[in-house]
Design a protein around this ligand. Structure first.
Ligand SMILES: Nc1nc2c(ncn2[C@@H]2O[C@H](COP(=O)(O)OP(=O)(O)O)[C@@H](O)[C@H]2O)c(=O)[nH]1
Ligand SMILES: [Mg+2]
Length: 293
C-alpha cells in the first residue's frame, strides 16, 4: 500500500484531478422489478449526497437518476410486470443510444441485476437478448450480477456465517456459467461471467453485512472504461462494510491495479494541475478497506 500512497501524494496525483473534472461516468442499472436495483445503488454509493431526479427527455422520463459529483446512476423501471414493459424497454433503448456533449455514447456501464433466489431467469434473458445486446455499441460494457444469494436455500447458504456453503459455492458457479453460456448461445456474444453478491438489505427491517460487495465493485470497475475508473471509486460508499468476500482474491488490490491502468491512460493527456481531494478520498477508502480486510 505505501508505495501506492506515495504515488498519489506525488505531483502526479494532483494533475489527475483536473483531468477528471471534465469527465462524467454514467451507469445504467437494469433488471426485473424487485431484484434489488435500488438496494444495490444504496449500498455501493453514498446516496445521501445524491441529487435524485428523472430524465428530462419525455421518452426516457421513466428512468430515475442519482447524481453525485461526476457520477450519474440511472435506475430503470423493472421489466416483467406486463403492460408497461414495452415503454420501459423503449426508454432503456433510447438511453443506450444517447450521446454525451462530446459525441460519445453516454452510458459507460450497464449493470444487469438478477434475483438469484428466483430460478426463472426468463425476464433477464429477454432483457439482455432483445433490449440490451442488440442496442449497445460495446458489449464489453455489460456486467451481470446475481443478487440475493442469501436466499438460495438452507443447503446452499450458511446464514450464521453469511457465506455460501461448499455446495452453495458450486451452485452459484453453476448458475453463473449457465447464464453466460445461454447468452452466448442465443446472441453469439461473449459476455463477462456473471458475479454474485448480496446487498445485505434483506427486507425493510433486516440488514446484514453484504456478501461479495467488494467483488461486485471490482467487476464494475474493470467493466468501466479505464480513464473513468477513478471517478467510480471516488463516489463509493465509504461507510459500507466491504469485508465479507468470496476470498478468490484480494479485491482491493485488484481494484487498485486496475485503477493504475486507467491513470496511465489519463496522464498521457494531462496538461495542468489541480487539488488532491479526489485522490485523498481514494487513498483513505483503500486504507480503511485494507485495515478492515
Ligand atoms: N434477501 C435479500 N433481499 C434483498 C437483497 N437486496 C434487496 N433485497 C430486497 O428485495 C426487495 C426489492 O429491492 P429493491 O432494491 O427495491 O428492488 P428494485 O425493484 O430492483 O429496485 C426489497 O425488499 C429488498 O429489501 C438481498 O441481498 N437479499
Ligand atoms: Mg427500485
Amino acid at each position: 500500500m505505501s508505495t501506492i500512497n506515495k504515488f498519489f501524494e506525488d505531483e502526479f496525483g494532483k494533475i489527475l484531478k483536473n483531468k477528471l473534472k471534465n469527465m462524467n461516468i454514467n451507469i445504467l442499472i437494469v433488471g426485473a422489478t424487485g431484484v434489488g436495483k435500488s438496494s444495490t445503488i444504496n449500498v455501493l454509493f453514498d446516496t445521501n449526497k445524491a441529487a435524485m431526479g428523472y430524465d428530462i427527455t419525455p421518452e426516457t422520463s421513466l428512468i430515475e437518476s442519482y447524481s453525485l459529483e461526476n457520477l450519474t446512476i440511472w435506475d430503470t423501471p423493472g421489466l416483467g410486470d406486463g403492460e408497461k414493459d414495452e415503454d420501459y424497454a423503449d426508454a432503456i433503448i433510447k438511453k443506450l443510444y444517447e450521446k454525451d456533449g462530446k459525441g460519445n455514447y453516454l452510458i459507460d456501464l450497464v449493470l444487469v441485476i438478477i434475483d438469484g433466489s428466483n430460478r426463472d431467469f426468463g425476464t433477464t434473458y429477454n432483457l439482455l437478448e432483445n433490449v440490451i445486446i442488440p442496442n449497445i455499441k460495446d458489449q464489453n460494457r455489460i456486467l451481470i450480477a446475481i443478487n440475493k444469494v442469501d436466499k438460495i436455500g438452507k443447503k446452499f447458504w450458511d446464514s450464521e456465517k453469511n457465506f455460501p456453503t461448499n455446495e452453495g459455492k458450486i451452485y452459484l458457479e453453476e448458475i453463473s456459467n449457465k447464464i453466460k453460456s445461454r447468452i452466448e448461445e442465443k446472441t453469439k456474444i461473449q459476455i463477462k461471467k456473471p458475479t454474485y453478491y448480496s446487498t445485505g438489505i434483506l427486507d425493510e427491517d433486516t440488514r446484514k453485512p453484504p456478501y461479495n460487495l467488494a467483488r461486485l465493485l471490482f467487476e464494475m470497475v474493470t467493466t468501466t472504461p479505464e480513464q473513468k475508473r477513478l471517478i467510480l471509486i471516488d463516489n463509493v460508499n465509504q461507510e459500507q462494510d466491504w469485508e465479507n468476500n468470496d476470498g478468490e482474491k484480494n479485491y482491493f488490490e485488484a481494484i487498485f491495479d486496475s485503477l493504475l491502468e486507467g491513470i496511465k491512460k489519463i496522464v498521457d493527456f494531462v496538461t495542468d494541475k489541480e487539488n488532491l481531494k479526489l485522490l485523498n478520498n481514494i487513498i483513505s477508502f483503500f486504507n480503511k478497506s485494507n485495515k478492515d480486510a
